[in-house]
Write a protein that binds this ligand. Structure first.
Ligand code: C2E
Ligand code: CA
Ligand code: CA
Length: 284
């Protein structure tokens, strides 16, 4: 499975040469980058479509590289997965984000948003994952019910028993799981039957690409509608990603989609921006 993963990455990595970021430079610098505090986290709102209120924020990691400027995760997460650095980096993101979320709860109580954190395939395969998360929740004091972990379809395709056990333990702890980029994985959907998933996140491309021909528009929206129905039939909540304008938001709301994430509801932003959003929101 490892071989396969590596092969896939080589084949499907269009980003690799897109910028002058050599993977070598990235992988050599990354270990010190963590120690030197060059990584930071932006938070993007997930809003309830019924009233636009702030439901959660997704932690999205960035790297302030001393020479290359700010790098997005697409430019280093792949390398981090390959080199294993995703382990300390993933742990740092989790700790940092849970600490932030707990701090907001302390300041704003129930008005504070929940927290979504991305989990890499490699983290999921790691035997220490459950203990790590348990430790982070205890040390930060964040209520596990406020944490949702996002995993991709490819991560749960034919999940090994160990991963399945780990995910079940996390759910027993009170943490919830979301399937990220739902609909792009080419997988059979059996995992929805086998996994304790609470939520689906419809891949941004389904919504934000809806600007082509009339026919594509119609079919695209029908697919989104079908995914929303599928989620609800299974008793799951559903979040649409890539929501870029009011038209997207209105259509999704009328379909009964629960939550939305995208530029229309807020770009990934610094914690101070999120605090402003919380303070603007009504309590209750
Ligand atoms: P993702 O989990 O699908 O995160 C959403 C991505 O969509 C983010 O890109 C976000 O900036 C972008 N986005 C949000 N709203 C819109 C919109 O309206 N239109 C468009 N076109 N794009 C939008 P970003 O921050 O570059 O992150 C890329 C990916 O990197 C993430 O995709 C996630 O898979 C991964 N990633 C980010 N942070 C972490 C992390 O801490 N750990 C792991 N393992 N992966 C991470
Ligand atoms: Ca995600
Ligand atoms: Ca996503």
């Amino acid at each position: 499975a490892k071989e396969e993963g590596r092969g896939r990455w080589t084949l499907f990595d269009p980003q690799r040469n897109a910028r002058s970021v050599s993977r070598y430079a990235v992988s050599v610098r990354m270990p010190v980058a963590l120690d030197r505090g060059e990584f930071f986290i932006d938070y993007q709102p997930l809003c309830r479509l019924e009233d636009g209120s702030l439901s959660s924020v997704e932690a999205l990691v960035r790297w302030r590289h001393p020479q290359l400027g700010v790098l997005g995760p697409d430019e280093f997460i792949g390398t981090a997965e390959e080199t294993g650095l995703i382990m300390p980096l993933g742990r740092w993101v989790l700790e940092q984000a849970c600490g932030q979320a707990a701090d907001w709860v302390e300041r704003f109580g129930d008005r504070a948003p929940h927290l979504n954190v991305n989990l890499a395939v490699r983290q999921l395969r790691n035997a220490g994952l459950v203990a790590d998360i348990d430790r982070v929740l205890r040390s930060t004091g964040l209520d596990p019910k406020r944490l949702q972990l996002e995993i991709t379809e490819s991560a749960v395709m034919g999940p090994e028993d160990d991963s399945l056990r780990a995910l079940n333990s996390l759910v027993d702890m009170g943490v919830s799981l979301a399937i990220d980029d739902f609909g792009t994985g080419w997988s059979n959907l059996a995992y929805l039957r086998d996994l304790p998933v609470a939520s689906l996140k419809i891949a941004g491309s389904f919504v934000s690409d809806l600007k082509e021909s009339r026919r594509e528009q119609v079919l695209g929206w029908r697919i989104v509608g079908g995914l929303v129905s599928l989620a609800h039939t299974l008793g799951l909540t559903v979040t649409a990603e890539g929501v870029e304008n009011a038209d997207h938001a209105e259509r999704l709301r009328s379909m009964g989609c629960d939550r939305a994430q995208g530029w229309y509801f807020g770009r990934p932003s610094r914690p101070e921006e999120i605090v402003k959003r919380i303070m603007e929101s009504k309590s209750g």
